[in-house]
Structure formats: C-alpha cells, structure tokens
Design a protein around this ligand. Structure first.
Ligand code: ACO
Ligand code: LMR
Length: 264
C-alpha cells in the first residue's frame, strides 16, 4: 500500500491543488456555470454538502436581513468610531465584529442549544422559561432593546413566513413562538428576536431537510456554527459604515460630556 509521511495539517473542505479549486469536491467552473449562489457556497464550505434550494435560499435571506440594522447598534457604533479615528477597513470592521456576542447578534447558537434541549425534553414553555429564570440565565433569542409585542421585528416575520411556506416542518420555530407567547405575557419587550428566529429555524432546517444525521445536528449545535451567519451578514453592513464615514470625512469621535453622568 501507499506509505506517506504524517502531515501536520488536516483539511476537508476545499482543495486548490488541481487545475481549478474545489469547494467540498465541487469545482469552481461548476459553481459558476450552474449558477450557484452564496447560500450554495456556504453549504459547501460550512456543511460540506449541497443543500436543497429552499435551504440555500433561507441562508441567503438570513444574510440579507442581518446585513445591517442602522448606525445605532453596538457593532455599527464601534465600526464608525474606529473609522473616524482614522483606522483602516479591516480594523474598523473587526472593531464592530468584536461586539457580536451573547447580547448582540451572537445569541443564535445558544438559542438553538436551549430551544433544542427544551423541545427535545418535552418541556412546556412555562417549565423552560421558569427553569432558566431559576438558573439566572436570560433566554437566548428572546428580548430586544426597541422591538415590542406591538412592534414586532419585521425580519422575524419574514423568516417565519418563508419557513412556513417552504420548510417540511417548523416544529422548533413553533416551539420558540410558544415560548415568546409566554415571555410576552410577562413583559412586552420579551419578543422572539432575530437571533432566536434564526436559531430555532435552523434547527428545523437541519432536522427537516433529511441531509443531516442526528449526530451531525448535535455536532453543529454543539460547535456553534450559527453565529457565523450573523458575523458574515453584519460584515456587509460594517464595511458599508466604514466607507460611509470615510466618504463623509467624519472627524475623530469624542463623546459629549453632557451625555456622561460623572459621579462618585
Ligand atoms: N430572558 C428572560 N428575561 C429577560 C430577557 C431574556 N432573554 N431579556 C430581558 N429579560 C428581562 C429580565 O428580567 C431583565 O432584568 P435583569 O436585568 O434582572 O435580567 C429585564 O427583562 C430587563 O432587561 P433589560 O436589560 O432592560 O433589557 P434590555 O433591553 O437591555 O436587553 C437584550 C435586551 C440584551 C437583547 C436582552 O433581552 C437579552 O439579553 N436577550 C437574550 C440575548 C439575545 O437574544 N440577544 C440577541 C438580541 S437580537 C440582536 O442582537 C440582533
Ligand atoms: C441588530 O440587528 O443589530 C439589532 O437587532 C440590535 C438592535 O439593537 O437593534
């Protein structure tokens, strides 16, 4: 048999050694000629397989809807301040990206983890939410600074509408909606947010597409692939905010004294 020296690196998603680079075995020419989109490329490089059209379309909708949310959110604010400090594109971008985490945009994986665990264990929304409260953990995917029960997040509605029309099953999402109904009965700001919508719907995508084994789904949820969707999406907006500040020749940002409570 073949004997080869042990390697220091193992890689399984792409290969650039042949005539043309391949993503998960699919050559670049097929990607272009068969009209693949960004959702297909994400499927190949993240999930190592081609996914059905409704899945790749859902991924693309997530990317489009999360690309930006105005200048006032944590990420855009950091990026703008950094750009105005004269820093370059990459510095401005990563400064914004570094705010993505458990409170802002990076609650998708935990939402998927907690909703999956609660649904699979058959917990009622009451048992789930009150159990989290006892543990002192805020429910990931629930709550928003400006969205309310009577002013829902349009992004969530659009994702739900797409999934209800195209997914074979939306059981995790319907569970998240039941959780939202319960949390809204406690406070008007405890809506299902875009992280919670993507987290629960991606569980439905993974479970309903028939493309993943149970073990693979557990691994995806455990490793935490899904915050990657927000990171990727929001990079588009953060890059835009960097260009905008530079185009507008905005000066160094300094926060006004009047907006600080100086106290002992
Ligand atoms: N689960 C349970 N109770 C909650 C939650 C939640 N997710 N969010 C707020 N509350 C309750 C708590 O009682 C909280 O009081 P506490 O500070 O004693 O815990 C009370 O509401 C008021 O909370 P605020 O801090 O005033 O709410 P705020 O508007 O600052 O928080 C936030 C918004 C950060 C999104 C919050 O709801 C949260 O942590 N949610 C979970 C994380 C999450 O899903 N983040 C993604 C948001 S969407 C996005 O960034 C794209
Ligand atoms: C966002 O997508 O950035 C938001 O949902 C967060 C916010 O505070 O609006």
């Amino acid at each position: 048999g073949k004997v080869r020296a042990p390697t220091h690196i193992i890689s399984t998603i792409s290969d650039d050694r042949g005539e043309e680079p391949c993503y998960a075995g699919v050559p670049m020419s097929s990607i272009v000629e068969q009209g693949y989109g960004i959702g297909d490329v994400i499927s190949l490089l993240w999930f190592k397989r081609s996914l059905p059209g409704y899945c790749t379309q859902f991924i693309e909708i997530c990317i489009m809807l999360c690309a930006d949310h105005g200048p006032c959110v944590s990420g855009a604010h950091n990026t703008m301040v950094t750009a105005r400090a004269g820093k370059d594109l990459v510095s401005s971008l990563v400064s914004g990206l570094l705010t993505i985490g458990p409170r802002f945009g990076g609650a998708i994986d935990d939402a998927a983890r907690y909703f999956k665990d609660a649904y699979d264990r058959g917990l009622s929304p009451y048992e789930f939410v009150e159990g989290m409260k006892k543990k002192g953990i805020r429910v990931p995917g629930i709550g928003h600074r400006i969205k309310r029960g009577d002013n829902r997040d349009k992004r969530v509605e659009l994702l739900q509408k797409f999934a209800r029309t195209h997914f074979p099953s939306v059981k995790y999402m319907e569970y998240a909606v039941q959780v939202e109904n319960y949390t809204l009965s406690k406070a008007n700001n405890l809506v299902l947010n875009v992280d919670g919508a993507i987290g629960s719907l991606f569980l439905d995508l993974l479970a309903g597409s028939g493309m993943f084994s149970k073990q693979e789904i557990d691994e995806i949820v455990e490793i935490g692939y899904l915050n990657g969707l927000f990171v990727l999406a929001r990079s588009i907006g953060l890059i835009g905010h960097t260009f905008d500040q530079k185009r507008l020749k905005q000066p160094l940002y300094r926060h006004p004294w009047e907006d600080v409570l100086y106290t002992k």
